[in-house]
Ligand binder design. Structure first.
Ligand code: GLA
Length: 330
C-alpha cells in the first residue's frame, strides 16, 4: 500500500510575519504524519487516525474540507481508505495539523491523478486549514511541510512564495522543548492579532506590513513586531552564512522579547523555559509558531542538544530535531 508522509516544522525565526507577506525561516523536522492508503471503488474518503477516536469532529472537518478544496482544483471523484499516524506533538506549535492537511491533500490528489505542483499543494493545504478551523492562518507551516530540505532551514518569502534553502552549519544543533501548555489556534488571539496587523497596514495605505518602515510603526507595538521581525529573519540568515552563531542566537533572543513585549503572544511558562534554555548554554532561544503556549526552540552548540534534553527531561518534553525533506508519496 502506498504511504504518504508529511513532516511537521519548527520555525527558527520569523513568527507572525507570514500573513503580512513577510519572511520566516522554518525547517521541516523528523516528526511526521504518515498516511497508509489505498484507492476505493467509490468516491468516499474513509479516513481514520490512530491518534484520535473514530468520528472525531476536527478530523471529519479536515476530510470534508480536503474533498471540497481538491474538487475546486479539478479532482475527479476518487475515494480512498486511509489511516493516519503521527509522531508530531499535537497543540504544540509544531504544525501537526498542517502536516495532516498536506498529507491528506497529497494522498487524495495522487489517488485521483491530479497533478498538484508543490506550491499549489501548500496553498490547497492552507485553504483546508482555514475552512476546517476558521483560523486565518498564513502559509508558513504548509510551505515548510511541502518544501523541506534535509539539513537546511527554508527562507520563505511569503509574498512571492519563493523558497531558499539555507544550510544549517555543523556547529549547531536544534533543540525543541514543550512548555507544557497545550493550545489551539481557534481558542487563541491569533485572528485578533492578524486583524490588528491588517488594520495597521490599511492605516499606512499598504496591502500588508511587508513594505512598512520601522519609523512608520514605532508607536504600534503589533506592527513594530512584524517589521522588526522581518529584519531579524534576514539578519539571522546573514549571520548563519557568516558562521556567526552567537549573532544568530542573539537575534532569536530579540525575537522572543519582541513576541513577548510587543506582540504579546508569549506566556510565563514559555518565558521561564526560554530563560532556562539560555541558562543551559543555548546561543539563542525563543517561542516558536503562534505562541500562547506550545514549544520553544533553541540553537545549541553541536553536541549539546541531547545532553540538555536529558537534563530537562524531568520537567519538560525535550528533543533534538533534524531538518528533513518535505512531503512525498512512497
Ligand atoms: C501558526 C500559523 C502560521 C504562522 C504562525 C506564526 O503556526 O499557522 O501561518 O502565522 O502561527 O508565525
Amino acid at each position: 500500500m502506498p504511504v504518504t508522509r508529511a513532516p511537521g516544522r519548527v520555525n527558527l525565526i520569523g513568527d507572525h510575519t507570514d500573513y503580512q507577506e513577510g519572511w520566516c525561516l522554518p525547517l521541516a523536522i523528523d516528526r511526521e504524519v504518515r498516511i497508509t492508503w489505498s484507492p476505493r471503488g467509490d468516491d468516499r474518503l474513509a479516513v481514520a487516525s490512530v491518534d484520535v477516536p473514530d468520528g472525531d469532529p476536527q478530523l471529519a472537518r479536515l476530510v470534508a474540507a480536503t474533498r471540497e478544496v481538491l474538487r475546486e482544483r479539478g479532482r475527479a471523484d476518487v475515494g480512498v481508505d486511509a489511516r493516519i499516524r503521527s509522531t508530531i506533538l499535537i497543540g504544540a506549535g509544531l504544525s501537526s495539523s498542517a502536516a495532516v492537511e498536506v498529507a491528506l491533500a497529497l494522498t487524495v490528489a495522487t489517488a485521483a491523478q491530479l497533478d498538484l505542483p508543490p506550491r499549489d499543494l501548500a496553498l490547497a493545504a492552507q485553504e483546508i486549514e482555514r475552512r476546517a478551523t476558521g483560523v486565518p492562518c498564513g502559509v508558513m507551516d504548509q510551505m515548510a511541510s511541502v518544501f523541506g530540505v534535509a539539513e537546511h532551514a527554508l527562507l520563505l518569502d511569503c509574498r512571492s512564495l519563493a523558497v531558499t534553502p539555507v544550510p544549517l552549519p555543523d556547529s549547531i544543533e536544534i533543540l525543541v522543548v514543550h512548555s507544557g501548555q497545550v493550545r489551539t489556534l481557534q481558542a487563541s488571539a491569533y485572528a485578533e492579532r492578524r486583524a490588528a496587523c491588517d488594520a495597521a497596514a490599511a492605516r499606512l495605505g499598504l496591502v500588508s506590513l511587508r513594505d512598512a518602515k520601522l519609523a512608520d510603526v514605532l508607536h504600534d507595538p503589533f506592527a513594530r513586531h512584524v517589521v522588526s521581525e522581518n529584519a531579524r529573519v534576514l539578519g539571522f540568515v546573514d549571520a548563519l552564512g557568516a558562521g556567526d552563531v552567537r549573532r544568530a542566537g542573539a537575534l532569536m533572543n530579540e525575537s522572543h522579547a519582541s513576541l513577548r513585549d510587543d506582540f504579546r503572544v508569549s506566556t510565563r511558562a514559555l518565558d521561564t523555559l526560554v530563560a532556562r534554555l539560555l541558562h543551559e548554554g543555548a546561543y539563542g532561544a525563543r517561542l516558536t509558531g503562534a505562541g500562547f503556549g506550545g514549544c520553544a526552540v533553541a540553537l545549541m552548540p553541536a553536541g549539546r542538544a541531547v545532553p540538555v534534553a536529558d537534563v530537562l527531561a524531568g520537567r519538560y518534553r525535550a528533543f533534538r530535531v533534524r531538518a528533513t525533506d518535505g512531503a512525498r508519496v512512497e
